[in-house]
Design a protein around this ligand. Structure first.
Ligand code: GDP
Ligand code: NAG
Ligand code: MG
Length: 462
């Protein structure tokens, strides 16, 4: 009896010791220089719950999911596009599901007559999202959602689609374009078609848009990846991540399917939308002459873009005609353009104008950057590339900050500032998680550069 009790105590001690070791290693893993601490986002990941959204996939201390994903991406499909020389041939269209004709639905009751415990708020305005199953009145824009994804992303993109549909698109039924460097499989097509209320379209990326350009020195690029791997730079050793960043920087808007649209809304796997979007953001952009928009901004991890600004300066010199007078240079630089302050709009969310991206100005800009090789000799991200373009080649007032679109992509949350906005739009984000007024965000700078008054309630929510 006593023997087995002692035995039990040993086991208990062993388990406790393991737990203690686990916690020590988990917390030291995010110390500077030890883990994935290379960009502001990674620094903040280590700070645990403060910057977690409500997502079930919130990053635990140490950023383990990224590390795992990184190695998966790294060993991935970098140059497999060459296997299929047919360009974008494999464009599939799935039939749009049948929709109930709104006129066949029972007449909607006046919200003010209802005894429902959840009547529409007194501040109800005309743009309130119609109930599920009913379509928003008015015109539709020439617009689509666009998602770059792998087949393995199917369940994570499904979560994103479900939220975008529930919060907005069920009432608007915009198309959804899916792009991939490989063929989409039946599961991906079936599941995403079932979840979307608009037409879904599936495009394969041309091999010359997803691979090394001929002028890239493969050996030099390989050494860079080895070096970045040693330095534990996130995605530093990944070939496919670089192809992805280059594709999002220079090609997605030129895909044959995308040529059919004027506006896009980019959606990534595993994002969340916390509020109803009770009006059409595409129409808002068009009506207000906006070309590019964002919900989150932050400082880029310097190690991934050491010479990006040099390349940008080269472009400005070669193409002064593309630099717009009333631009947002002050958002990007603190010294009149001498150096980059690393501020960028986080491009995993974007609502933007495709014709602008297809303009000579933007394409000249992309070609110039591409020639300098930093997509492969460094690890330039599409976020700073898009942001710098918007900052220099759009007028200040053509860039829009959507305070009312509440958004999460690991590890940051944009929860709208201002209680009334959150109540009106039925938001379920915790305002404490809002990143906008955090020191690592560049959003306050955006307001300053544009001489915009800070949103109401800002002081209380810092
Ligand atoms: N088809 C394809 N899509 C990719 C690949 N790598 C990343 N993506 C997509 O590109 C976007 C950005 O990738 P993600 O892993 O979310 O990068 P992060 O947000 O920077 O951590 C997502 O929409 C991914 O689904 C790839 O190798 N092939
Ligand atoms: C939508 O926009 C594209 C790109 O600007 C254009 O080619 C196309 O004709 C437009 N379609 C409609 C229906 O207006
Ligand atoms: Mg992502």
């Amino acid at each position: 009896m006593a023997g087995s009790q002692r035995y039990f105590r040993y086991i208990l001690f062993a388990v406790l010791a393991l737990v203690v070791i686990f916690f020590i290693s988990a917390s030291s893993g995010v110390g500077p220089g030890q883990g994935y601490t290379q960009k502001a986002s990674d620094l903040l990941k280590g700070q645990g719950s403060l910057y977690q959204g409500s997502g079930s996939n919130s990053v635990p201390a140490g950023g383990a999911p990224d590390a795992g994903q990184d190695s998966k991406v790294g060993s991935g499909s970098g140059s497999n596009g060459d296997a299929n020389p047919t360009l974008d041939s494999d464009v599939k269209s799935a039939a749009a599901p049948q929709h109930t004709d709104p006129s066949s639905l029972p007449p909607s009751t006046n919200p003010h007559d209802t005894t429902s415990p959840n009547p529409n708020a007194p501040s109800l305005h005309a743009g309130q999202t119609p109930p599920l199953g009913q379509k928003a009145p008015g015109p539709r824009m020439n617009a689509t959602f666009v998602t770059l994804a792998r087949n393995s992303d199917v369940w994570e993109i499904s979560r994103s689609i479900r939220q975008v549909e529930d919060r907005f698109n069920h009432a608007y039924n915009y198309d959804w374009v899916f792009l991939n460097d490989a063929d989409f499989d039946d599961t991906f097509i079936k599941v995403t078609t079932a979840l979307t209320s608009g037409k879904t379209r599936y495009g394969k990326i041309a091999s010359e848009h997803w691979g090394f350009p001929s002028f890239i020195d493969q050996e030099k690029a390989r050494k860079v990846r080895e070096d970045m791997h040693e330095r534990k730079i996130i995605y530093g050793d990944s070939v496919s991540y670089r192809h992805m960043c280059r594709y999002e920087s220079g090609f997605f808007f030129r895909h044959p399917i995308m040529l059919e649209y004027e506006w896009y809304w980019r959606v990534e796997p595993s994002i969340e939308l916390f509020c109803d979007v009770s009006y059409d953001p595409f129409k808002f952009m068009a009506d207000n002459k906006k070309k590019y928009s964002f919900v989150l901004s932050l400082y880029e991890y310097v190690e991934t873009i050491p010479t990006l600004w040099d390349s940008v300066k080269g472009f400005m010199k070669a193409h002064p005609e593309h630099i717009v007078a009333d631009n947002s240079l002050a958002f990007l630089s603190d010294d009149g353009g001498e150096s980059y302050n690393h501020c960028h709009f986080w491009s995993n969310f974007e609502v933007g104008n495709l014709d602008w991206l297809r303009s000579k100005a933007y394409v000249d800009y992309f070609d110039h950057l591409d020639r300098d090789g930093g997509f492969f000799y460094e690890r330039w991200g599409d976020a700073p590339v898009h942001s710098i373009a918007a900052g220099l080649m759009l007028k200040k007032e053509e860039i829009h900050f959507f305070n009312d679109i509440a958004y999460y992509h690991v590890p940051f949350t944009h929860c709208p500032t201002g209680e009334q906005v959150r109540l009106d739009n039925k938001c379920h984000c915790n305002p404490k998680n809002n990143f906008d007024w955090n020191g690592y965000s560049c959003t306050k700078r955006f307001f300053e550069v544009n001489k915009l008054p800070l949103p109401e309630g800002y002081e209380k929510e810092q």
